[in-house]
Design a protein around this ligand. Structure first.
Ligand code: GLA
Ligand code: ZN
Length: 669
């Protein structure tokens, strides 16, 4: 389901008219038109202004704004307004309060303060959503439903008594009996055995490490509890407006929710991107989330629902997006397959916690700010690119991303508390990004045969379906790559029998005998056996025994000197690679280039570091994006490609210069 009426890219942002008198609203509409805005997210935090008590609703101001939007031809991504509960409700229904790990109640006075299992929250939100749905179902401005806001921000886990009771119900459904729970969590350990359901608790504050099985199940349960909140709203909206797409906005680098499970319930995948604009942040970090969202979307559209046109207010120091950077990040969304670019927020607040968060209309209050001028010119550029809006990204490399694995590997008490799943995924992703090799983010259940190379970084938890697929995939000619601390535990977080890397041992042709994680000041060095190439390695090393694989690189220091560090195993028609440590970025790039070249996957073009290159392919044409995230001019070599530069309609081929913080879009011949 798409937002058909936009006929091109969505452009706009969060609009909070209730913070302003009606005298601003017409002016806002005019400025929105000037900026090329065609979609705005409305009413996200409006609950308190829409409902005075349980019986009394007041939609008059929202009616006026919706009518104005219709008059000005701007579509509404209309919120269900359930994200921030009004103060009056807590006094009556204390089950609304979330409770933290220590047992403290979290008070209202901020936002998004609710227990996801609160029956009152479910009832009050359902009533509000039904009112909003019925009221605006036929409104000409309505284009999409925006359910709630950024679920799990700021309460991703609640430990209250309601949640404890619901957790037991959830466990009953998963395991059937209390002994099923005991078996899964391994409660023979530390005298944790449970004899009755009432003894089972959320992982509340305790003396030392919790049972990892209990923690993992609580993360699953919390993700499911919040998903249930979303589904309550979704089902009501679907019933009232079967044809209006429904979204809820995902977040950057977000761990608490299993977005793979969530994405199946969402029509348009949307997310909020806030990369730190301080110079030196690698653009691959943001690109990874775009690719993740595209992967979550599958055949459905995805778009950016929020980004700041300049600075945010919630970092310690909030640098601006220097001139050109907003455009570059906006176009990164488009370059990576997105169908829209939106901001938080339209008009900068004068009061409240976000008054120093940038907005399209800044505190100058007029249309003359640098930020607004950039917003206008990006709007214009997006309009000119409308014909690209349904084209797609194609990739031959897939990187597996998995939330349960993320939860489990980072909770594992030992071998190293320094292991970050995102960081290791990013190592592999950045290597491909820097080599200008397009990547799809895929999942443990995805069809691997659609790719020439599949990378599973830090694949600690391996579900049986993945293990079987990898063997089939490699024996049929695929190339599989995985890293240290992979193939360790099953989906109950129990360590596989017969050593590491568990079910991946045969295909990788190795056994890992021991892990030797490194403290910050420690390192080892690895060197390739035949090709040039060496790297210091940090974080982690392993003692690897070959069981049919060849050592591609070996350790050169300490007791591991001469032992395999990177291995390659021929398996059937394909190859399986294992990287037992954490090498530097340059080495990773060369290694991935080597692996991809062997698998006949080529970089798109030759371009320096800091330059992002993608191709969007449509039914009749393809477009190459070259984004220069450095502040210096760069020269790229288009190689076999030629085409028309959309900026000046000139034909380009061979070497091409791109100015600092600038981009080129080329319609390929
Ligand atoms: C999130 C929220 C917005 C706003 C921005 C500020 O993305 O969804 O309401 O608070 O952060 O960066
Ligand atoms: Zn709770």
């Amino acid at each position: 389901m798409r937002i058909e009426r936009l006929k091109g890219f969505a452009y706009g942002g969060d609009y909070n008219p209730e913070q302003w008198g009606p005298e601003y609203w017409v002016e806002d509409m005019k400025l929105m038109k000037k900026a090329g805005v065609n979609l705005i997210s409305l009413g996200i935090f409006s609950w308190a202004k829409l409902q005075k008590d349980e019986q009394t609703f007041d939609f008059s101001w929202l009616d006026t704004v919706m009518d104005l939007l219709a008059e000005y031809g701007i579509a509404a991504d209309l919120a269900t307004a359930t994200a921030a509960v009004p103060a009056w409700a807590y006094g009556r229904y204390p089950d609304l309060f979330p409770v933290d790990k220590q047992g403290n109640r979290l008070w209202y006075g901020s936002r998004q303060t609710y227990c996801p299992n609160s029956p009152s929250y479910h009832r009050l939100t359902a009533a509000l959503v039904r009112m909003i749905g019925e009221r605006y179902k036929d409104h000409p401005a309505l284009a999409m439903w925006h359910v709630n806001n950024e679920y799990s921000c700021h309460v991703s886990v609640c430990y209250c008594d309601t949640c404890a009771a619901e957790f037991r119900t959830w466990l009953k459904q998963r395991y059937g009996t209390i002994d099923g729970v005991n078996a899964s969590w391994g409660t023979s350990f530390w005298s944790q055995w449970y004899y009755s359901w009432e003894e089972v608790m959320p992982p509340r504050q305790t003396t030392t490490q919790h049972n990892p099985g209990q923690v993992l199940d609580y993360q699953r349960f919390m993700s499911d509890s919040l998903l249930n909140c979303y589904l309550i709203e979704k089902h009501i909206l679907r019933e009232i407006t079967p044809d209006v797409p429904i979204t809820t906005n995902f977040m950057l680098e977000w761990k608490p929710l299993d977005y793979v499970k969530w994405a199946k319930e969402i029509d348009v995948i949307t997310w909020d991107s806030y990369p730190n604009p301080a110079v030196g942040v690698h653009p691959a970090r943001n690109a990874l989330d775009h690719d993740l969202m595209r992967g979550l979307a599958g055949d459905k559209p995805f778009m950016l629902l929020e980004q700041s046109p300049s600075q945010v207010n919630w970092r310690k120091v909030n640098t601006v997006k220097y001139p050109g950077l907003n455009r570059l990040y906006s176009m990164q969304t488009i370059a990576r397959g997105g169908e829209g670019v939106m901001y938080f927020q339209w008009r900068q607040s004068r009061r409240g916690a976000e008054k120093f968060h940038a907005a399209c209309i800044t505190h100058t209050g007029d249309e003359h700010s640098r930020v607004f001028k950039e917003v206008v010119s990006i709007g214009k550029e997006l309009k000119e690119l409308a014909e690209l809006s349904t084209s797609k990204i194609e990739a031959r490399v897939g990187i597996i991303y998995d939330y349960e694995n993320w939860w489990a590997v980072e909770y594992a008490p030992g071998p190293s508390g320094e292991v970050s799943y995102r960081a290791i995924v990013l190592d592999y992703y950045t290597a491909c990004y820097d080599a200008h090799i397009p990547v799809d983010i895929i999942f443990q259940e995805s069809d691997l045969s659609a790719y020439d190379v599949v990378i599973a970084p830090l694949c600690y938890m391996v579900r049986p379906s993945l293990a079987q697929q990898v063997e089939r995939y490699v024996s049929n000619g695929g190339t599989f790559v995985t890293s240290f601390f992979s193939g360790i535990a099953d989906e109950e977080d129990a360590v596989f029998e017969n050593g590491y890397p568990g079910p991946l041992r045969t295909v990788l042709g190795i056994q890992v005998e021991e892990f030797n994680p490194l403290e910050d000041h420690m390192y080892n060095v690895i060197a390739n056996r035949e090709q040039a190439g060496e790297s210091t390695v940090s974080l982690w090393t392993e003692y690897v025994r070959l069981e049919g694989a060849q050592a591609y690189a070996e350790y050169t220091q300490d007791y591991l000197a001469g032992e395999p560090a990177v291995t390659r195993n021929t398996f059937g028609e394909g190859a399986a690679w294992y990287v037992s440590a954490r090498p530097e970025a340059g080495y990773m790039r060369e290694l991935l280039l080597h692996i991809c070249t062997e698998a006949k996957v080529k970089p798109l073009i030759t371009a320096p570091l800091g330059v992002e290159v993608t191709i969007r392919t449509g039914s009749a044409a393809s477009w190459m994006f070259i984004l220069n995230f450095t502040r210096e001019p760069v020269t790229v070599d288009l190689g076999e490609y030629s085409g028309t530069d959309l900026r000046d309609r000139r034909t380009v081929r061979g070497k091409l210069e791109v100015a600092g913080t600038d981009l080129r879009i080329i319609k390929l011949d």
